[in-house]
Design a protein around this ligand. Structure first.
Ligand SMILES: Nc1ncnc2c1ncn2[C@@H]1O[C@H](COP(=O)(O)OP(=O)(O)OP(=O)(O)O)[C@@H](O)[C@H]1O
Ligand SMILES: [Mg+2]
Length: 173
């Protein structure tokens, strides 16, 4: 997890350098914003012709936004969604909220532990299973960003960055 500010800055630079297309929105932290975000995400990825699993991406956005509204809510503040399509075809989904901490992150994404409660604690596990990687990091001035990275097919060429690596792909020998 990128909590060191140098690493975070480097991460942003790498993403910006290799971003082909980008979309973002801010919204009030109410439940109906989650539905709006799903609609916008589906429409955006479809209009980009993103060559990945669009419904998986929509579900991940939906879970991260639901979490921002439920666990990251501060009265008078908004959440932000930013989606970047990388040149390698990968997608970076960032959902930011005004609460700076994510105290039990490691437990929340531990796939072997499973949810403690049958009706809760499933959202992040769903996102983990559908993503190449889930991380979080503090924002510079306030709050944090929870980031999911998905693998897609190249739009231009493969970027020479670890951001585009698929951990499931074994290196050729
Ligand atoms: N944006 C966030 N800020 C702070 N804590 C969070 C955030 N998102 C998740 N968490 C913490 O991680 C836990 C697991 O999140 P997860 O989405 O898996 O489950 P849930 O939101 O509790 O329930 P469900 O998503 O199944 O309705 C949450 O219960 C909460 O403690
Ligand atoms: Mg949740």
């Amino acid at each position: 997890m990128a909590n060191d500010m140098t690493t975070v800055a480097q991460h942003w630079q790498d993403i910006d350098k290799h971003t082909a297309l980008e979309w973002g929105m801010r919204h009030t932290m109410v439940k109906r914003s989650a539905r709006l975000t799903r609609i916008h995400t589906r429409r955006t990825l479809t209009s980009w012709g993103w060559r990945g699993e669009i419904e998986d991406a929509v579900l991940i956005v939906s879970e991260l936004v639901a979490n921002a509204i439920q666990h990251g809510r501060v009265v008078g503040h908004q959440f932000a969604v930013r989606i970047a399509l990388l040149e390698c075809g990968g997608l970076v989904i960032d959902v930011s909220d005004p609460v700076p901490d994510f105290p039990n992150f490691a437990d929340a994404i531990a796939q072997d532990a499973g949810p403690q409660h049958p009706e809760q604690g499933r959202g992040l596990l769903v996102a983990v299973r559908l993503s190449a990687e889930i991380t979080w990091f503090p924002r510079q001035y306030r709050g944090k960003t929870v980031r999911a990275r998905l693998v897609g097919k190249p739009v231009r060429h493969r970027c020479a960055t670890s951001l585009c690596a698929n951990p499931q792909e074994q290196p050729q020998v």
